[in-house]
Design a protein. Structure first.
Length: 251
């Protein structure tokens, strides 16, 4: 009878230990990673449809590697002003920021794409005019100011470490825009670095993930053909960049 009783207690303990409720509690005990941004952290075009964020997107890969819960609130098509508006006015985003232990931010890509496409339309395809209008569009862009306001808003809600991705070249080597971007990105990413350095000096625990460095000129492998979004391999590289940036903060 004692053996039977001990067996029953052991079975009960194992049942409790591996029950869904206990697993959920253990999962809730993990640190949380909040992903904010556009279609890149969303994992756009990685699956059969884009109805929800792809589990192959870099935030989930970071979560798997670092054993964190991931909440992905990235929205395809968003620019920096969309992100700022959401953080200022939408409780879903404000609450998610308050609850996060770590935050990744990937935003600004659509601001720059809009500048490219607007310059092309204004120039009528004329190369000289295109360069003129593109410089004009970039000079009038609020990308760095909005980025600063986004971080200020996040910092008003949490002191969680923030990793901000810079901009990679989304165009294949055989596309003319690849070389336009190649010439522009050093200056653009220098602006990102300077802005983030200033924000880190002001608020602390803010760093950069080098998306441009890990993608480099390997668009054939890391960028979907006839697209501007990362392949699964490209998302893996972005995850690696994020993990490297997060490493000093992970407890």
């Amino acid at each position: 009878m004692k053996i039977l009783f001990r067996s029953f207690i052991l079975l009960l303990a194992l049942t409790f230990l591996f029950s869904p409720g206990v697993l959920a509690k253990n999962d809730q005990a993990k640190d949380s990673l909040l992903s904010l941004g556009d279609s890149i952290p969303y994992g756009y075009n990685l699956g059969n449809n884009n109805a929800s964020p792809s589990k192959d997107a870099f935030p989930y890969l970071i979560g798997e590697e670092t054993d964190m819960r991931v909440r992905n609130l990235a929205v395809p098509g968003w620019k920096t002003d969309d992100m700022l508006d959401a953080l200022e006015n939408e409780q879903k985003y404000r609450q998610a920021v308050r609850q996060a232990d770590y935050i990744t931010l990937n935003i600004g890509n659509n601001d720059l794409l809009q500048a490219l496409f607007t310059a092309f339309e204004l120039s009528g395809g004329d190369e000289g005019l295109f360069e003129f209008y593109l410089n004009q569009q970039l000079a009038n862009s609020d990308i760095y100011g909005n980025l600063s306001k986004i971080v200020e808003e996040i910092r008003s809600l949490t002191d969680a470490p923030i990793v901000i991705y810079n901009i990679y070249n989304p165009f294949q080597l055989n596309e003319p825009l690849h070389y336009v971007a190649l010439n522009l990105l050093p200056g653009i990413n220098f602006g990102f670095q300077q802005t983030i350095n200033g924000l880190n000096a002001l608020f602390g625990d803010i760093t950069i993930a080098d998306a441009n460095g890990v993608i480099g000129s390997q668009q054939a492998e890391y960028i979907i053909i006839d697209d501007i979004h990362p392949t699964k391999a490209g998302q893996r590289k972005l995850a690696d960049a994020g993990i490297s940036a997060l490493q000093p903060y992970i407890q």
